[in-house]
Design a protein around this ligand. Structure first.
Ligand SMILES: Nc1ncnc2c1ncn2[C@@H]1O[C@H](COP(=O)(O)OP(=O)(O)O)[C@@H](O)[C@H]1O
Ligand SMILES: [Mg+2]
Length: 228
């Protein structure tokens, strides 16, 4: 089987007089339709790992392949193209562009990808927002939305180009329990109903437990992977 994502022997060392190892010897394969929670102490390398899996950073050893394509030899532009087309990212902060409406925040990556014409883009973006219970947010600015709605708008933007894999780094870190649950409800639907894969880094043990596969990092190493 070709994994959706495969990391082999991945390490990332920050160079310098005293090199810092962010993650080491990571072997991790992810199939389509998998939902993985990554947990571990603060500073254990969770964000570093997510950036490597998401092609936002390059390993200093080992390799990451997406859908069977080794990314090691790719240029920065090729990596950016692959991220834009196949991956979606959600962070603790929503990073919506404040001067644009929610709809426009979704349309920006869609225009960059160029897969659909403008009419279809807008239809798809509005349908996506509606599917997340956010239809009425489309024409509002981020500042007019609640914190929970802003994070859901950020999730909608991450899904705008129909990615195979969603990567989320502490997406509920700024949310109350109810909104955290709504975010994980969405992740569950993406996996169960749409066959996407989700990798979520979280401190929230209650929500993390909902993911069928659990990965634990300590000191930059995977010390437990229930799906390996
Ligand atoms: N740019 C950097 N310079 C020096 N140390 C860093 C840098 N980025 C991360 N680190 C260190 O690498 C380790 C892993 O960081 P990180 O991946 O952010 O962990 P986590 O997300 O699990 O809290 C931490 O000890 C952190 O302090
Ligand atoms: Mg982190």
């Amino acid at each position: 089987m070709t994994a959706l994502l495969r990391a082999e022997g991945v390490s990332r060392v920050l160079p310098g007089p005293q090199p810092v190892t962010l993650v080491r010897d990571i072997d991790f394969a992810l199939g389509a339709g998998e939902f993985v929670a990554v947990t571990g102490p603060s500073g254990s390398g969770k964000s570093s790992l997510l950036y490597l899996l998401g092609l936002l950073d390059r390993p200093t050893a080992g390799r990451v392949a997406i859908e069977g394509r080794d990314t090691a030899g790719m240029s920065d532009d090729e990596l950016a193209g692959l991220r834009l087309a196949r991956l979606g990212f959600v962070f603790q902060f929503h990073f919506l562009l404040p001067e644009f409406t929610t709809l426009d925040n979704l349309l920006i990556p869609m225009r960059r990808l160029g897969r659909w014409g403008e009419t279809e883009r807008e239809e798809r973006a509005r349908a996506l927002l509606a599917s997340l219970g956010m239809a009425e947010a489309a024409d509002k600015l981020p500042e007019q939305l609640s914190g929970g709605m802003r994070q859901r708008a950020a999730i909608a933007r991450a899904l705008a180009n129909d990615p195979a894999l969603l990567l989320a780094d502490e997406p509920t870190g700024n949310l109350d329990t109810r909104n955290a649950r709504i975010v994980f409800d969405i992740f569950e639907r993406l996996v169960v109903e749409q066959g996407r894969s989700v990798v979520v880094v979280t401190h929230d043990q209650e929500q993390a437990a909902r993911a069928p596969r659990q990965v634990r990092l300590v000191d930059g190493r995977i010390v437990h992977d229930s799906g390996a």
